[in-house]
Design a protein around this ligand. Structure first.
Ligand code: ADP
Ligand code: ZN
Ligand code: ZN
Length: 738
């Protein structure tokens, strides 16, 4: 399973030192002596029980050393071994080692990302087969026509005479567990583990367009080992078809394909497309799966039993026995950034992984990140372009509605409402975008100015109607909706601003004969919600879909012809230097949902600032041109991706403690003229979930110098004495700089 071998195998075992990653906030690995009572030598990549302080914890052996700088007599011995073989393949081991170093994060917290839920608990790896049944010796010897009186049992027997079946397959054929138990009681069958068959094959594909063909040929060209391809293709240009056809060739070589998607909601759609194209095991890996399913899929990926692995960001660390290609779909999407624990970009980790595995990677997007565009300009990535919509669909037209002075109903102007009306009358679907959930973002007292604020964050509480309450969108704390003002007891409380719940009500009132589907994290919280919605929308019946940015993530809505952006202004003014890039991506992606079927689409953008340069730019130019302008602007300002950035962030229950901690670190750093050091400063939202947040920021045009400085900063932080309950962590290439 693995080719990681100990440098000092059994002969010198008694003298060896085992360097382990342990679950503790330590930047270092810890050294342990060999287990006292076992002859077997622990291998790198295996789990071991080790003492840590007063506890016994699960450590992972990272390397076997012949000696240690520490006093051997002070070292503790490994208690027990958990595995006979490494759980990590060697590129995965190298990847996790790299991630711990690059992101300056405790290795004990990084290496567990390569383990399945049950492996993290210290249990054995899951069996990869599905539970099933087969005939036992007596069953095989049974004459044909036996059991003819028990019809279902006879059916089961016939099925098993062909081959063993999984319980799932049998249930599909109407053969219940009771029938199976009956035959087992007669001692004719036995339970077993059914593995998938290993003939991997693909079925017919579409005739690629010229551009698609060029991309497929380039990606699959023989000389390639590691190459990073940026597939820049407008929405609906057939990027997925390119992934499918490239995957087909990888599968033919019996190698695995890892596909990363920004969001769980997208996995069923993609799963459907891959399952119908391939006669090979396609599995999903994401947090919405039950642990047992995740355990089994994880093991299938590691054994090489799964051909195609579809997952969200954490799947980038999953084991793969024979990785042949990686795809990151919607590579610009911010969901690829993990925002707690190890803060990483799954896209960047995926590129590193492809490099370590020597295989190609495709980053696909209609709106590539500036990071990736820069890598193309500097010849690190290869650019492939799909400039036309596949399957004959045309690109939607765009229109700005200047809403200054216009009467609005729940944010909707008359021109937008008439477009909705005529689309529905033409039996088509409408998609409306409003990037705020809840009923209204603020509750305000008209008499005294009281505002509904969160007790734990520097934030307002939003008004929600279902259920009726005030809710913080940052820490999720809730309060009763007051009847009268807590400040002055007055009764004139006003919900100000607009959220999806409010617009939904208005749309239902204005268009009573058409269904309104609301798509936000409140309405889509259940596992299958997006799947169910897609099925309803696929019927093509006229309806209104109203949603937040959840709508922009690559979902395919073929019957939508009109897309309305209710409030572009809310997006125009952002404190983050990535604000403009995000706005462009968002508007382009929302617009891209229009007219993906056979009917031309229209995009309508409502704004009070029709002359704003960004709105003008979106109207008159395509994303590719605008993004390259933005990149040049970042170069001029020395901001990422042109400059490198790192942050040391800390939080504590005491505001001053955090700042003092950061000042103590700053005082110990050596000065480097290549580095700009800013801080300590409070975060933009200084208090969140009851904790005060502050940061030190590093910026440099020299990536190596920056990493050097960040490393020094992390080690200094590791050594500074902490008072109170300070937590700190590094954020390398922070996705959010506020
Ligand atoms: P993207 O991933 O770029 O948004 P998709 O791969 O989902 O685009 O393709 C959009 C639509 O065009 C899909 O319905 C797909 O089946 C269709 N399509 C893609 N490639 C072709 C092709 N070569 N010929 C005909 N239809 C195609
Ligand atoms: Zn009041
Ligand atoms: Zn809060």
């Amino acid at each position: 399973m693995t080719d990681v071998q100990p440098d000092h195998a059994t002969a010198t075992h008694a003298l060896a030192v085992y360097r382990c990653a342990v679950p503790a906030p330590l930047l270092t690995l810890l050294d342990y002596l060999p287990p006292l009572n076992s002859q077997a030598a622990p291998l790198p990549g295996t789990r071991v029980w080790v003492p840590l302080g007063r506890r016994t914890v699960i450590g992972i052996v990272i390397s076997v050393e012949s000696d240690t700088d520490l006093d051997r007599s002070k070292l503790k011995a490994i208690d027990a071994l958990l595995d006979a073989q490494s759980l990590f393949d060697s590129p995965q081991m190298a990847l996790l080692t790299w991630a711990a170093r690059y992101y300056l994060h405790p290795p004990g917290e990084v290496f567990v990302l390569g383990l399945s839920p049950r492996e993290r608990r210290g249990e054995p790896t899951a069996p990869t087969g599905k539970p099933g049944v087969k005939l036992n010796a007596r069953g095989i010897g049974l004459p044909a026509g036996a059991l003819s009186r028990a019809k279902k049992q006879a059916l089961l027997l016939t099925a098993l005479q062909h081959r063993p079946h999984s319980l799932e397959e049998l249930a599909d054929q109407g053969l219940s567990r009771a029938v199976i138990r009956a035959l087992a009681a007669k001692d004719l069958i036995e339970y077993c583990d059914i593995k998938g068959d290993h003939r991997w094959a693909s079925r017919d594909h579409l005739d690629p367009t010229e551009e698609q063909q060029r991309a497929i040929t380039t990606i699959n060209s023989k000389e390639s080992g590691f190459v990073c391809h940026l597939l820049e293709g407008i929405t609906g240009s057939g990027k997925t078809e390119v992934y499918l056809q490239c995957a087909a060739q990888v599968i033919e070589r019996e190698q695995q394909v890892l596909i990363l998607l920004p969001e769980i909601g997208l996995t069923p759609q993609m799963l459907g497309r891959f399952q119908s194209r391939f006669d090979a095991p396609v599995i999903m890996l994401h947090s919405g799966l039950a642990d047992s399913e995740r355990d089994r899929h994880w093991a299938m990926a590691r054994e090489g039993a799964a051909a195609i692995i579809l997952g969200t960001r954490s799947a980038v660390f999953a084991p793969c026995a024979r990785l042949g290609m990686i795809v990151v779909d919607e590579e610009h999407d911010h969901s690829f950034n993990q925002q707690d624990g190890l803060r990483y970009s799954a896209r960047d980790v995926a590129v590193k992984r492809a490099q370590l595995s020597g295989c190609p990677i495709i980053l696909g997007s209609a709106t590539p990140s500036l990071e990736s565009l820069r890598n193309v300009e500097e010849n690190r990535y290869r650019l492939l372009t799909l400039s036309e919509r596949a399957g004959g669909a045309s690109v939607p037209s765009k229109k700005v509605v200047d809403i200054r002075g216009l009467a609005l109903e729940a944010g909707l102007s008359q021109p937008l409402l008439s477009a909705v009306h005529s689309t529905l009358s033409a039996e088509k679907q409408v998609l409306l975008f409003l990037n705020r959930r809840g009923f209204a973002p603020t509750l305000l007292c008209h008499d005294c100015g009281w505002l509904s604020t969160c007790d734990h964050c520097d934030a307002r509480l939003a008004v929600h109607r279902k259920p009726t309450e005030l809710r913080c969108h940052h820490c999720n704390s809730k309060k009763f909706l007051p009847r009268s003002c807590p400040g002055c007891r007055g009764s004139r409380l006003i919900s100000t601003g607009l959220g999806t719940e409010q617009t939904e009500l208005t749309l239902q009132r204005l268009f009573p004969t058409f269904p309104v589907f609301r798509v936000d994290s409140d309405s889509m919280s259940s596992r299958h919600a997006m799947d169910n919605l897609s099925q309803q929308l696929d019927t093509g019946e006229p309806c209104i879909i109203l949603g937040t940015q959840m709508l922009t993530k690559g979902h395919h809505f073929p019957a939508v012809t009109t897309v309305g952006v209710i409030d572009a202004d809310g997006l125009l003014f952002s404190p983050d230097f990535r604000g403009e890039e995000r706005l462009l991506q968002l508007l382009t992606q929302v617009g891209g949902r229009a007219g993906r079927g056979h009917h031309a689409g229209e995009v309508i953008i409502q704004t009070h600032y029709p002359d704003h340069p960004l709105i003008q730019a979106v109207m008159n130019q395509d994303y590719g041109v605008l993004a390259r302008d933005l990149l040049n602007e970042r170069r001029r300002r020395g901001l990422p991706p042109a400059g490198a950035m790192a942050m040391l962030r800390c939080d504590s229950t005491d505001f001053n403690q955090g700042l003092a901690f950061l000042s103590a670190i700053k005082a110990q750093l050596s000065r480097d003229s290549a580095i700009v050091l800013i801080g300590p400063i409070p975060a933009a939202m200084a208090r969140r979930a009851g904790r005060y947040r502050a940061q030190l920021l590093l910026l440099s045009s020299d990536r190596r110098a920056l990493h050097h400085a960040a490393t020094q900063m992390a080690w200094v932080a590791d050594g500074v004495k902490k008072t109170g309950d300070i937590k700190w962590f590094m954020d390398i290439d922070p996705a959010d700089s506020a």
